[in-house]
Design a binder for this molecule. Structure first.
Ligand code: CTP
Length: 429
């Protein structure tokens, strides 16, 4: 059953970003003295923001306590297949489905044998058989057990089944013998998990900067000029890029939605601050300018709150132009290889959007109609957009902003895989 302990703050804020920051890992700890290293592995995962759920087998429980595991993973730990409470809240099917990767560490000879033969007699083995997700195992056992033909046969079967096996290290064993069977250190397992995503995700080594939300331009210390952008589209794009393993910096104006998981988020207010945050974050491979940046700001905002006095005429505000962030990035010496802008237009959408692409020097424009009679867009959950590149125009069906973000990120994945495409773009500039 779930060991539902009171969870306390382990004082480890997410401090480092990694390809694992946006990932969900299901860690299965089976019986073996090396289980203590898995506690450190959980700590490393949490330090980078990785979401970790843990299953502890009966054997595993002999070496590490459910309390340590739940305190470090900041979640209840799962131990029992037959727990009515667990099965209704988080059954073995859901446990396996929610993970991007399942890691078995340490993987005992017994659990390896069960996996190789499809035996399901506890929560760990049942979840593994029910899983449709990639599985990585870190065998750890006495050198004699490791060398036995039965163990090697089982490992061969697992290899053929597509299971990733992290080879054990050679060295002194807790039992006093020396040989092959030591589980690698937590840092090595962490690296193996990172490498798994880097090798399996085309954008895992890429970096992106996304702008989102409105900008607020001050009139005086309490008043500002802003706009209705909710940040939903920009935030959704940042979240989808992060899910593909991209290291994302999101520069956002004031919004009421939460920062996406696993994304470095920088909150700004004015267009000038947004430009500074964006240029400081360069170089990057991808730039997506989804923010609704104010074109103008009040030239000299009042230092004190402006007062309304009897008989006084309405004040006149003098404006000055804000920097164009998209154009700045497009012409920057560290220009990303793919620069994408947005165009929100009330009329003649495609012509204005194409003109904007040329004027601002970006590669793609995501265009949409805004205004009273069209899809309200600002604040809405759905969006109907047209993707304009230098050579193509694609009308996309109306979809949720999350789905539009997914479609755009799929296009980005295709584009960045196509080196020829990038080459022709860079020579055309
Ligand atoms: N943009 C920007 N910096 C600005 C203004 C706009 O980076 N100062 C970016 C937006 O994030 C968006 C694109 O430029 O990706 C188009 O923004 P939009 O406001 O539609 O274009 P404008 O340049 O303001 O053109 P216009 O007001 O004439 O439509």
């Amino acid at each position: 059953m779930v060991q539902d302990f009171f969870l306390f703050d382990i004082g480890d804020d997410m401090t480092e970003t990694s390809v694992l920051s946006t990932r969900s890992i299901l860690l299965i700890i089976s019986g073996g003295i090396a289980a203590y290293k898995s506690l450190e592995l959980i700590r490393l995962f949490r330090k980078t923001g990785t979401y970790v759920r843990v299953i502890l087998t009966k054997g595993g429980e002999q070496f590490v306590t459910p309390l340590s595991v739940s305190a470090l993973s900041e979640h209840p730990v799962y131990t029992d297949l037959w727990s009515l409470k667990d099965e209704s809240e988080m059954g073995h099917i859901r446990l396996s489905r929610e993970a991007d990767l399942i890691i078995v560490a340490p993987a005992s000879a017994n659990l390896i044998a069960k996996m190789a033969n499809g035996i399901t007699d506890d929560l760990a083995s049942t979840t593994l058989l029910a899983s449709n997700k990639p599985i990585m195992i870190s065998p750890a056992m006495n050198p004699e057990m490791w060398a036995k033909p039965s163990t090697q046969r089982n490992l061969e079967i697992l290899k053929q089944d597509g299971i990733h096996i992290i080879a054990p290290n050679v060295g002194d064993m807790a039992c006093g013998e020396t040989g092959t069977g030591r589980m690698p250190e937590a840092t090595e397992l962490f690296k193996a998990a990172e490498d798994f995503f880097l090798n399996n995700q085309p954008l895992a080594a890429k970096t992106a900067i996304v702008t989102s939300g409105p900008t607020y331009e001050p009139i005086d210390p309490v008043r500002f000029i802003g706009n209705r952008s909710s940040g939903k589209q920009g935030h959704a794009i940042a979240a989808e890029l992060a899910k593909q393993g991209v290291n994302v910096t999101l520069v956002t104006g004031p919004v009421s939605i939460p920062a996406p998981h696993g994304v470095k988020t920088i909150a700004i207010e004015t267009a000038e601050d947004m430009k500074l945050a964006v240029t400081n974050a360069l170089p990057a491979d991808i730039f997506v300018g989804a923010a609704a940046v104010a074109d103008w700001r009040v030239e000299t905002p009042s230092v004190q709150k402006m007062k309304k006095r009897v008989g006084q005429t309405a004040p006149e505000l003098k404006f000055t132009e804000n920097p164009d962030i998209l154009a700045t990035v497009s012409t920057h010496p560290n220009r990303p290889s793919l620069v994408i802008g947005f165009a929100a237009e009330t009329e003649d959408v495609l012509n204005y959007a194409r003109a904007k692409l040329v004027k601002k020097g970006c590669d793609w424009i995501v265009a949409n109609q805004v205004g009273k009679d069209a899809n309200p867009v600002f604040g809405a959950d759905d969006n109907q957009v047209t993707l304009i590149t230098r050579t193509t125009t694609e009308n996309w069906p109306s979809a949720s902003k999350t789905d539009v973000a997914k479609m755009l990120v799929n296009k980005i994945v295709e584009d960045l895989k196509d080196e020829q495409q990038q080459l022709s773009r860079s020579t055309a500039k």
